[in-house]
Structure formats: structure tokens, C-alpha cells
Design a protein around this ligand. Structure first.
Ligand code: IPD
Ligand code: CA
Length: 266
């Protein structure tokens, strides 16, 4: 894999994210409503999710016609180049719907299944995060790093909840056990931003069960390149069962605790 390819994919991802972020920030209708629901009545799609995914897929079709694409709003093409884009046009759709600022465009590029480029564009923070595998993590072009390791009981831990009632009930039980044992919990509403917050030292750790590939692909690479450890259940990669990112020294005890608490099942 050449550095040239990584740099080319990064440039495409940055430009797609910039254009999409501007569309979403400047084009959000004042009366934005729910266009459809997905896995449950609170798992919503707006017209802007659909428009944003179309902008990204049209852009990629023009610049990288032989690549595959997987997108939250239905894009799914195989491609022939070995590169696949994994995109979430709005991560944090409920925040976007309500006019809260924590939402992002998440764009990752995989080569033969391995994430090599990640971009998270957070327009209401005026922040762009990016990473290339092996090249470090950046916020607005400046190198960014995780915080120093805190004692477990002083960790600020981000998390999120799924859209299904049973899953949320199980997630609440895990939280009930964890909350008294750490500094505090944050629920920001965008997994991509949570992972970038670990990367730039605004969280010590983040975990969530039930993420989809588009929620985590870019943010996980950014967190890892900033010095975080990432994974899932012990010995497993970050996936839908469990995604965990934490500063070194906190990762292993938190992973062990989450395993004991059954954070990987409903
Ligand atoms: C959601 C957000 C949220 C997380 C959910 C995701 P969406 O993505 O990342 O923080 O808790 O699990 O589904 O639906 O806003 O794209
Ligand atoms: Ca998402």
C-alpha cells in the first residue's frame, strides 16, 4: 500500500466531508422533521441525512469510481479497487434534528478491509479530525493526543445507547454499576465525536454496544492514531457487540469491568 494512495484517499475524504458539513450546517431547514424511521420509532432519518449521503456518494463516484461504498442510508456497492468507503452522513441525527451541536460527518476508507483513512467533520464545533494509518491523528491540521492515564475512579467516560428498548434497558444496568465507580459519564449523542473526544483528551474513555461500521470506522482510527487503545470484548476487535476506546492503562481494566458487567449483550 503506497503513501500516495493514502494521501489521495485522505484528500478525497477531507473534501467530501467539508462539502457535506457545509450543506448540513447551512442548509438545515428551520422546520426540519422526521422523514422516516428505521429500527424503532426513535431511530430517525431526516431529509438531510439522505441529501448528505447522496452528496458524498456522488462525489466519490466522480473521484473514485472503482471503489466500494457502504453508507448508513443505504449505499452499498462492492467496487473493484480494493478500497471501500464507510460513511455516516450524519452521526448524531437526533442532535441534528433538535438543533444540538454534537453531530458529525464520518468518512473512512478501508483497503482490503483495513481502515487506512478516517475523517470526522464536526461543523458546529468548527473542527475537522483526520488520521491516516501510521501517521498520527490531527484536529484542524494540528497533531492531537490522548490525555495522561487517570486512576480508574477519576476517569471521565463517554457512552451511548441504542434505539431498541431491550438494548437500552441492558445498557442502563451496565451504567448503573459503572457510574458510581468513575468520575462521571457523558452521553454526547455522536459515537464519531465521542471517539474524537478520546483522541483529543476531552474524554478518558468511551464505550458502546450496538454500533454499526459507519458509526465507528473513522473515529476508531483517529482515537488509535492519537494514542488510545481500541477494541471490543477481550481479544476481539471493536464491533457491534462492543466498541471501546481508552487511554492506555485505563483500557484493560475498563474492558475487564465491561466484560464482567455483560456490556456486550442485551
Ligand atoms: C448514533 C449515534 C449515537 C449512538 C448510536 C448511534 P446516528 O448514530 O452515534 O451516539 O449512541 O448508537 O446509532 O443514528 O445518529 O447516525
Ligand atoms: Ca451513526
Amino acid at each position: 500500500m503506497t503513501d500516495q494512495l493514502k494521501q489521495e484517499l485522505l484528500a478525497v475524504a477531507l473534501e467530501a466531508a467539508r462539502r457535506t458539513g457545509a450543506l448540513l450546517r447551512d442548509g438545515r431547514p428551520a422546520d426540519l422533521g422526521v422523514a422516516a424511521t428505521k429500527t424503532s420509532p426513535i431511530d430517525v432519518v431526516t431529509e438531510m441525512d439522505v441529501a448528505a449521503e447522496k452528496l458524498i456518494t456522488d462525489f466519490l463516484a466522480e473521484r473514485r469510481p472503482d471503489d466500494g461504498v457502504l453508507g448508513e442510508e443505504g449505499a452499498n456497492t462492492a467496487g473493484s479497487s480494493g478500497v471501500r468507503w464507510v460513511i455516516d452522513p450524519i452521526d448524531g441525527t437526533v442532535n441534528y434534528l433538535y438543533g444540538l451541536p454534537s453531530w458529525a460527518v464520518s468518512i473512512a476508507a478501508e483497503l482490503d478491509g483495513e481502515t487506512i483513512v478516517g475523517v470526522v467533520e464536526a461543523p458546529m464545533r468548527a473542527e475537522t479530525y483526520h488520521a491516516v494509518a501510521g501517521g498520527g491523528a490531527f484536529r484542524n491540521g494540528e497533531r492531537t493526543r490522548v490525555r495522561p492515564t487517570p486512576p480508574f475512579e477519576q476517569a471521565l467516560v463517554g457512552t451511548g445507547f441504542g434505539y431498541l428498548t431491550e438494548r437500552r434497558a441492558a445498557q442502563a444496568e451496565v451504567l448503573r454499576a459503572l457510574l458510581p465507580r468513575v468520575r462521571d459519564i457523558r452521553r454526547g449523542g455522536s459515537a464519531a465525536i465521542d471517539l474524537c473526544d478520546v483522541a483529543c483528551g476531552r474524554l478518558d474513555a468511551y464505550y458502546e454496544r450496538g454500533l454499526n461500521p459507519w458509526d465507528l470506522a473513522a473515529g476508531e482510527l483517529i482515537a488509535r492514531e492519537a494514542g488510545a487503545l481500541t477494541g471490543g470484548r477481550p481479544g476481539a476487535p471493536a464491533d457491534g457487540n462492543l466498541t471501546l476506546a481508552a487511554v492506555p492503562g485505563l483500557f484493560e481494566p475498563l474492558q475487564r469491568r465491561l466484560e464482567e458487567l455483560g456490556a456486550w449483550h442485551d
